[in-house]
Design a protein around this ligand. Structure first.
Ligand SMILES: *Cc1c(COP(=O)(O)O)cnc(C)c1O
Length: 494
């Protein structure tokens, strides 16, 4: 949003000012107008800002200082695992032998990169308890969809064409029903019981011959482990359905329990969550899918294989659902995840899980006296508070989230999951120190006291940020564009 203290880069612009220097042209100049249709050739220079190197560095450094990311502060966004991005990951991703390869290079010249991808698949098989993994999907939701397409192909290959429904608990991540719908299934919601777990009786009532699969997030979005998972697996398999595990946030189970051992047939992981890839605006995602043997024939092609020490892409996969991503997915993210897994080692990954769960429970118990805790049992990597006590005093969860900005914290996920009134979903992750956890807890306690003593300060927050409270959706619905071409002619000009 435009603000007086920080001019737009276009306002800093001065005609003729430049921030680069190029060497003399040492190849023949090409007349583009001879190569392109006239309608596509620019008639005037593009309206780009003209600034010096210092101007542009200062402009973007100043902007970045206003941003909140995992490298600037605590970021307890539940169901998202905004953990740190280890700098060694970046060093490895920048190794020229990796960074400069081209996806169309001959396989014989990129054996090292293929080895990394293959090895990563092996590690992910081990971590999830699955038989095969594809790295192709570009993000978590894409992985969900990929796995559902494989499950559909599996049923069809068995002549089992009446399986049109996917069961999704009401505590599922929103992408689950969306992916099921995009994959052509009808979703059937399974209710939670009063403990926040899947209601087994409701599951029994809804499962049947038309069930293609059950999609489950475990721990669920309340941060609770589905204790009856083995029974649920039996029920769904008994009806001929498949079990799909949403493993976007594996922090709470990694190295402790494996979806494959819980009876699941397919799982996706978010390398940009659990495995430290930059997240959100920070970079592309990666949502590998692992499957058990009986789904493996349907994996997206090509399949990355190792034969006599040579890595190849196998395109001869007759039952494959086809390619789901150009080339072989987001290689830069594999490098980061691979570096993370290898630098942590099995003991390190186990410690990650233990500390993620310990940190969440520590925070939950210290905050319990000040906020409602609808599901008071021990949590896994995250927990959900309710702001309904504060709402009775006229302060909404949104207000408290905004007030946290004044303390320098990114707010937790709010109003999710939907079955918690005024929910605040907090995931500290394993990478934060006790001091950081305590300072966040102190801020939350202070806010709870302010709600009782001085609610206006919370209702009108934030007070210390560059700009005050924004319209929650306007930026997404009505982005401020400096110049919006209206006609094709203007578009060409722009
Ligand atoms: C983030 C998340 C997803 C979706 O992952 P994207 O990479 O954002 O598509 C799915 N399920 C759960 C539980 C998640 O936390």
């Amino acid at each position: 949003m435009h603000n007086e203290n920080q001019p737009l880069i276009f306002e800093v612009s001065k005609p003729g000012r430049i921030g680069y220097s190029l060497t003399d042209l040492d190849v023949p100049e090409v007349d583009l107008s001879a190569l392109l249709p006239d309608s596509l050739v620019r008639k005037e220079d593009a309206a780009l800002p003209e600034v010096s190197e210092l101007d542009i560095m200062r402009h973007y450094t100043a902007l970045s200082n206003r941003n909140h990311g995992v490298d600037t502060g605590f970021y307890p966004l539940g169901s998202c695992t905004m953990k740190y991005n280890p700098k060694i990951n970046e060093a490895v991703a920048r190794i020229p032998g990796f960074a400069n390869i081209h996806p169309l290079q001959d396989e014989s010249t990129v054996q090292g990169a293929m080895e990394v991808a293959y090895d990563l698949q092996e590690h992910l098989c081990e971590i999830t308890g699955m038989d095969e993994v594809t790295l192709q999907p570009a993000a978590g939701a894409h992985g969900e969809w990929t796995a559902l397409m494989m499950i559909r192909a599996f049923h069809e290959a068995n002549g089992d064409t009446g399986r049109t429904k996917v069961l999704v608990p009401d505590s599922a991540h929103g992408t689950n029903p969306a992916s099921a719908t995009v994959a052509g299934f009808d979703t059937v919601t399974v209710n939670s019981d009063e403990n926040g777990l899947v209601d087994i009786e409701d599951l029994k009532a809804k499962v049947g011959e038309d069930t293609a699969a059950l999609m489950l997030t475990n721990p669920n979005t309340l941060g609770l482990f589905e204790e009856h998972i083995m029974e649920m697996a039996k029920i769904v398999h008994g009806a001929g359905g498949k079990l799909y595990y949403d493993g976007a946030n594996l922090n709470a189970v990694m190295s402790k329990a494996r979806p494959g051992d819980m009876g699941f047939d397919a799982v996706h992981l978010n390398l940009h969550k659990t495995f430290t890839g930059p997240h959100g605006g920070g970079g592309p995602g990666s949502g590998p899918v692992g499957v058990k043997e009986d789904l493996a024939a349907f994996l997206p092609k090509p399949i990355l294989e190792k034969n006599d020490g040579v890595y190849t892409f196998n395109y001869d996969v007759p039952q494959s659902i086809g390619r789901v991503k150009p080339f072989y997915g987001n290689f830069g993210i594999y490098l980061r995840a691979y570096t993370y897994i290898r630098s942590m080692g099995p003991d390190g990954l186990k410690a990650v899980t233990e500390n993620a769960v310990l940190n969440a429970n520590y925070m939950m118990r210290r905050l319990e006296p000040y906020f409602d805790l609808p599901y008071p049992q021990h949590c896994k990597h995250e927990f959900v508070l309710s702001g309904r006590r504060q709402k009775k005093l006229g302060v909404r969860t949104l207000d408290m989230a905004k007030r946290l900005l004044d303390f320098g914290f990114h707010p937790p996920t709010v109003y999710f999951p939907l079955n918690v009134e005024e929910g605040m979903m907090i995931e500290p992750t394993e990478t934060e120190s006790k001091e950081t956890l305590d300072s966040f807890i102190d801020a939350m306690i202070q806010i709870a006291k302010e709600v009782e003593e001085n609610p206006e300060i919370v209702q009108e927050a934030p007070h210390t940020t560059v700009i005050s409270r924004l319209d929650e959706t306007k930026a997404a619905r009505k982005p401020v564009l400096r110049y919006t071409p209206q006609t094709e002619e203007e578009l060409v000009k722009a």
